[in-house]
Design a protein around this ligand. Structure first.
Ligand code: HEC
Ligand code: HEC
Length: 364
């Protein structure tokens, strides 16, 4: 009896210790403790339009008006790149659904990466970032493109040194974080706060589905929605989720749809497997949200499918055969009209873009 008690006590201690370590780990990822402690500014709420749930905000990076407007300025600031030629918006352009319209993005010196830029709208709801989910938080994600040689190609120390020379920007940092030097942690927290504001909802679909306006969708889009949901027809909602009170159009998980398989049947990009080393994750990528998808062509992680019609042809064919193909992907019995209806439905997902998300002044 006593032995069991001692054992239970030991287990309880381990659990508490692990929780404390995990909590500290999270804090360390989001800037350093000093940045967190000195947080000041005007608290604000993110308006959530029809069709979306409240935006999750991490406890150690509360949303303030000052951080969001600083993040907005940084998002369009080319000084974040080594030759002052590339800003976040170069690849995540607000008029293209926060993508760049290219198959592969072009960074500093004309270098191109391997993957298609992901639309940033509604990223705030995602449990992990990048096509392979390699970044656990928006704060942790931001630093990656800044240092990536194919993207902005600039070590953090240089970015910080460049920004510290700008007195107006210094003042903006002070308004958001209190006195003290500009740090990488503060840059990350401000950019992540701005990204959490990039919400799109209140589309024709939302007004039809959640607002009770049955005239909001055309007859064709309404048929498309039925096909999208029907497990025996499109089966799309199996991964692009529609919940009872809101719709994110992603399950936040990774699936192999067969996109990115070459003529010999080999995967051209291992996707999630590069992070998890789990065989089933070979060629699996994060389910993208489909909101404003009509504006973010070309499609898929490799940007290979040029139009929404091409995407429908791809799914109708059941993806490309490969050993890790998801069990929900199979040849679909979709007529030309069914495919056209699905495209009409996808177009109905273009909602209101957030106010105050564009550049403040002409890009530097
Ligand atoms: C040269 C082009 C380029 C630049 C510059 C760039 N990105 Fe990206 N971004 C991409 C590409 C490509 C991906 C997808 C890469 C992958 O998944 O491996 C991506 C992915 C992301 C994601 C993940 C979204 C999701 O839903 O998973 C976020 C967030 C993001 N970028 C924000 C930023 C921010 C903030 C900046 C500026 C600091 C920035 N990006 C600069 C091309 C770029
Ligand atoms: C097994 C889960 C699953 C099912 C079922 C599914 N999708 Fe997807 N969808 C994904 C994943 C994962 C991706 C990204 C794949 C990639 O890039 O390789 C994707 C990508 C897309 C894209 C491209 C979005 C972009 O931003 O590039 C569209 C459009 C799309 N799906 C629509 C549909 C439609 C319509 C259906 C039903 C006919 C459907 N999906 C069924 C998981 C799924």
């Amino acid at each position: 009896m006593r032995k069991r008690f001692v054992l239970m006590l030991a287990v309880a201690c381990c659990v508490v210790a692990a929780a404390v370590l995990a909590w500290r780990g999270v804090h360390r990822r989001v800037g350093n403790a000093a940045d967190v402690d000195k947080m000041i500014g005007t608290a604000m709420a993110i308006h959530t339009p029809l069709g979306l749930p409240p935006v999750p905000i991490p406890g150690n990076n509360p949303i303030t008006a000052e951080k969001v407007s600083l993040g907005r300025a940084l998002f369009y600031d080319k000084r974040l790149s080594s030759d002052d030629s590339v800003s976040c918006a170069t690849c995540h352009n607000p008029v293209l659904g926060f993508t760049d319209g290219a198959i592969h993005s072009t960074g500093v010196g004309g270098k191109t990466g391997k993957r298609n830029a992901i639309a940033l709208l509604n990223a705030a709801y995602d449990p992990a970032f990048f096509w392979d989910g390699r970044a656990p938080t928006l704060e942790a994600q931001v630093g990656t493109p800044m240092e990536n040689p194919d993207e902005m190609n600039q070590p953090h120390a240089i970015t910080v040194a460049k920004l510290r020379k700008d007195p107006a920007l210094q003042r903006q940092f002070a308004a958001a974080f209190g006195p003290g030097p500009i740090t990488t942690g503060k840059i990350e927290m401000a950019l992540a706060s701005f990204e959490r504001m990039l919400i799109s909802g209140n589309s024709a679909f939302d007004r039809y589905e959640f607002g009770g306006d049955k005239t909001a969708l055309s007859a064709s889009a309404t048929r498309g929605l039925e096909i999208f949901r029907d497990p025996n027809k499109g089966n799309c909602a199996a991964c692009h989720t529609i919940s009872s009170h809101y719709a994110l159009f992603t399950d936040g998980k990774f699936h192999n749809t067969g996109e990115g398989v070459d003529a010999e049947g080999n995967l051209t990009d291992l996707g999630r497997y590069t992070q998890s080393n789990v065989d089933a994750d070979r060629g699996a990528f994060k389910t993208p949200s489909l909101r404003n998808v009509a504006e973010s062509a070309p499609y898929m992680h490799d940007g290979k499918l040029k139009t929404l019609d091409d995407v429908m042809q791809f799914y109708a064919g059941g993806g490309n055969s490969n050993p890790s193909l998801d069990k929900e992907i199979k040849p679909l019995n979709l007529s030309a009209r069914d495919r056209a209806d699905l495209v009409e439905f996808l177009k109905s997902l273009s909602g209101e873009l957030p106010a105050n998300a564009g550049p403040l002044q002409a890009n530097r």
